[in-house]
Design a protein around this ligand. Structure first.
Ligand SMILES: [Zn+2]
Length: 252
C-alpha cells in the first residue's frame, strides 16, 4: 500500500497532520515525537496507520545503561501507542555510535542486539512488527549497510523484527541495489529523493532512478511511504510512484 509520512508536518500536531494526509493517502506513517505526543483521544478508522518511533535523543546502542534503558522505555511506549492505534508496523532506528564507541563499534553492536532482542519480545507480546530502518551515510548511525542489517536480523532472530528499507538513505551509501537481497525481511519502504546526501526531496528532484529500482525489485507486497521534508512535493511524488508501479487510479 502507498502512504505518506508526517515528516513534512514536523513540529505540528501529528493528529492534525495525519488527518490532513488522510484526504489523499490510505496509509499514514505517523512520526511520534517526544515533545508533541500523539493524542490518544482520536483513532482514525478510515486509514491504515503505521508508526515511526521517536529517534531524537534515543540510542539503543548506548554504553550508558541509564540512557539506553530510557531509550528502550520510550520505544516500548511507542509500541503501546502502535497497539492502541491498530498500527501493525512500527519503524525504529538502529542506534548510534558515540565519541567512545566509534573507535570500538563491536561493543555498541553487542548492546544494540541485546536492546533489539528485548524490544522484539515486547512487540511480539503486543502483535506489533518492528521495522528497523537503514540509515544514511552522514552521521554516526549504525545500520548503514545490507551486511550490517542482515547480521542484526540473524542475531536477533525474531519474527517480529523486520526491516524498513529507506531508499533515499541507501542511495546516499551507494548500496541501494545490494539491499534487494534482503527483500524477504522488508515490510516497509521509505521513498524520497536526494543529490547524494540525505535531503528527503520530492521524487524527481534528485538523482535516484526509482523506475530501475522497482523494475529490479520485482513483486513487493509491503508498504511504501513517501517521506518528504516539504509538503509541496507530496502529490507529485505520489504520481511518480503510482506511474512506476502501475497504480494509477482511474477517474470515476
Ligand atoms: Zn526514513
Amino acid at each position: 500500500m502507498l502512504g505518506a509520512s508526517t515528516l513534512c508536518f514536523y513540529n505540528e500536531d501529528p493528529q492534525k497532520a495525519a488527518e490532513s494526509l488522510a484526504r489523499e493517502f490510505p496509509l499514514i506513517e505517523v512520526i511520534v515525537q517526544g515533545n508533541i505526543p500523539l493524542s490518544k483521544t482520536h483513532r482514525m478508522p478510515e486509514v491504515i496507520l503505521s508508526l515511526h518511533a521517536p529517534f531524537s535523543d534515543i540510542n539503543i546502542a548506548s554504553l550508558n545503561s541509564t540512557m539506553r534503558n530510557a531509550s528502550i522505555e520510550e520505544l516500548e511506549k511507542a509500541v503501546g501507542l502502535a497497539e492502541f492505534f491498530g498500527a501493525g508496523v512500527m519503524t525504529l532506528h538502529p542506534g548510534n555510535l558515540t565519541f567512545h564507541t566509534q573507535k570500538n563499534s563491536e561493543v555498541a553492536r553487542k548492546i544494540q542486539i541485546s536492546s533489539l532482542g528485548r524490544l522484539a519480545s515486547f512487540a511480539e507480546e503486543r502483535n506489533i512488527i518492528l521495522a528497523l530502518e537503514n540509515m544514511p551515510r552522514q552521521g554516526l548511525h549504525l545500520g548503514k549497510s545490507p551486511e550490517e542489517m542482515e547480521e542484526i536480523m540473524k542475531m536477533v532472530d525474531s519474527s517480529h523484527l523486520r526491516m524498513t528499507l529507506d531508499i533515499g538513505h541507501a542511495s546516499t551509501n551507494g548500496n541501494l541495489s545490494e539491499f534487494m537481497r534482503l527483500k524477504g525481511y522488508i515490510v516497509n519502504m521509505h521513498i524520497h529523493d536526494n543529490r547524494g546526501k540525505d535531503e528527503h526531496l520530492s521524487l524527481g528532484e534528485g538523482i535516484i532512478h526509482f523506475d530501475e529500482f522497482f523494475g529490479q525489485l520485482g513483486k513487493y507486497d509491503g508498504n511504501i511511504v513517501i517521506e518528504l521534508v516539504e509538503k509541496r512535493g507530496l502529490r507529485k511524488s505520489k504520481q511518480v510512484v503510482e506511474s512506476i508501479l502501475g497504480l494509477e487510479t482511474k477517474p470515476l
